[in-house]
Write a protein that binds this ligand. Structure first.
Ligand code: UD1
Length: 423
């Protein structure tokens, strides 16, 4: 397995191009199942999670052509399709569950494997299935698979009140509702930019959706959806990650394609921590004001709150801050696995349940560390940028799920970073 070796201490200067959002692409791709006509995505990220979704959609009968080195994906699903999403593919990635709504809407039935355990928490699917049941589906769990059937072969509109603003459930129900009979209202819907991006794409395909970006989304079902070409929104998590890079080791980095509205709660915390973020014509420019960042308290929340997917990276930064910070993780119950790895690099972190208290230290020291999940891995690379000596991040397959060419992007702005091929 590959590892990434980082030698700390180099200032970073230059521009980093931010890719299209992984989490948007992973919901836009299954939307192709809703139409017999082609859906073309531009600005797609080049990631192993995208390859997994491609494999899953192909197993269902989609034809997918990847162009421009993977940046353009042309997908079409015409004629007969397979409605069983196999465990062997689904187990690799939770977002595979996003085929459930589209398959059910198109064919009136679907069999989708439950994704199984995930390192960062239990992540059940009850909000998805309760919503689909309200739309007239009967759903049974047999041998690890959800067997779903729409009464009379077609889903019908319903008013659905989510107990929690789940991103995936909002996406699944929104997609299912586009072809349902009648109107669906989702109350307490997630407001993430990826939801807005999906709604925008579905509208281009002919769907009638209002309210995306607010807590109430209304979808009026239509008989069919057509072809569309859609550019994937900028990845706000990759953006936030690279915005932090110059805070670790000094310098100034411009993140091309970055938009303030995608990261406003994060920028507020950066400002409080003594980091300047300025809008430029091409994106966002970031520079640390003093020699060290300052402590800030952070609580993760659904959008527009501070994203859980930037919590690990923020924790790594706060390890070097002046003062003590309290980080509260409110979205996932087990998302501090990077903490013991950061402690191995000299950080002072005390984790009690969903709360981590981080007392900043003047410097970190390089060490061999283990990547435990996607965002944890990148937090260790960031910490390595500031650490004295060499940090070896092992098990980087997690990283490749969500960050394209990380060593090239950071290397181009001056980081001493390389990938070592494993056996
Ligand atoms: C998506 C993102 C992930 C991000 C998360 C929260 C994708 C592919 N992934 O994941 O990167 O960290 O949003 O911003 O877009 N829950 C239930 N029952 C359900 C569904 C969710 O209890 O049916 C719980 C989960 O266990 C978790 C919380 O709700 O504690 C948030 O989950 P959700 O918003 O659904 O996240 P995902 O869509 O899985």
């Amino acid at each position: 397995m590959d590892s990434i070796v980082v030698k700390g201490g180099s200032e970073l200067r230059g521009q980093i191009h931010i890719a299209g959002a992984k989490n948007a692409a992973l919901t836009l791709m299954p939307a192709t199942l809703l139409s017999e006509e082609p859906l073309t995505l531009t600005n797609a990220p080049r990631l192993s999670d995208i390859a997994t979704m491609t494999q899953l959609l192909q197993s269902l009968g989609a034809e997918i052509t990847s162009m421009q080195d993977g940046k353009v994906q042309v997908m079409s699903t015409h004629g007969e399709i397979n409605t069983t999403a196999d465990y062997e593919i689904v187990r690799k990635m939770r977002a595979s569950n996003l085929v459930l709504g589209p398959l059910l809407a198109r064919e009136g039935h679907a069999i989708v494997s439950l994704p199984g355990g995930c390192a960062i928490g239990a992540r059940p699917m009850d909000i998805h299935t309760d919503g689909l049941e309200k739309m007239g589906a009967s759903i049974e769990l047999k041998d690890g698979y959800l067997h779903a059937k729409a009464a009379g072969g077609k889903l019908k509109g319903a008013v659905i009140d989510f107990p929690f603003a789940s991103v995936g459930a909002t996406e699944n129900i929104m997609m299912a509702a586009t072809l349902a009979k009648g109107t669906t209202v989702i109350n307490n819907a997630a407001r993430e930019p990826e939801i807005v991006d999906l709604a925008t794409c579905l509208r281009s395909m002919g769907a009638q959706i209002e309210g995306d970006g607010t807590s109430t989304i209304t979808v009026q079902g239509v008989d069919r959806l057509g072809a569309a070409t859609h550019p994937v929104v900028t990845d706000r998590i990759e953006l936030g990650t690279y915005m932090l890079a110059p805070v670790f080791c000094g310098g100034e980095v411009e993140c091309l394609g970055g938009r303030m509205d995608l990261v406003s709660s994060f920028v507020e915390k950066l400002d409080a921590a003594g980091v300047d973020v300025t809008e430029t014509k091409a994106g966002l420019k970031v520079k640390r004001r003093g020699d060290r960042p300052k402590a800030v308290d952070v609580t993760t929340e659904p959008f527009p709150g501070f994203p859980t997917d930037l919590q690990a990276q923020m924790m790594a930064m706060l390890c070097l801050a002046e003062g003590t910070s309290v980080l509260e993780e409110k979205i996932f119950e087990n998302r501090f696995m990077h903490a013991p790895e950061l402690v191995r690099m000299g950080a002072d972190i005390d984790v009690q349940g969903g709360t981590a208290t981080v007392t900043g230290v003047a410097g970190l020291k390089g060490a061999p560390v283990m990547a435990t999940d996607l965002r944890a891995s990148v937090s260790l690379i960031l910490a390595g940028l500031a650490a004295e000596g060499e940090t070896v991040v092992n098990r980087v397959y997690h990283l490749d799920r969500g960050y394209e060419h990380v060593e090239e992007k950071l290397g181009a702005v001056g980081a001493k970073i390389e990938r070592v091929q494993g056996s």
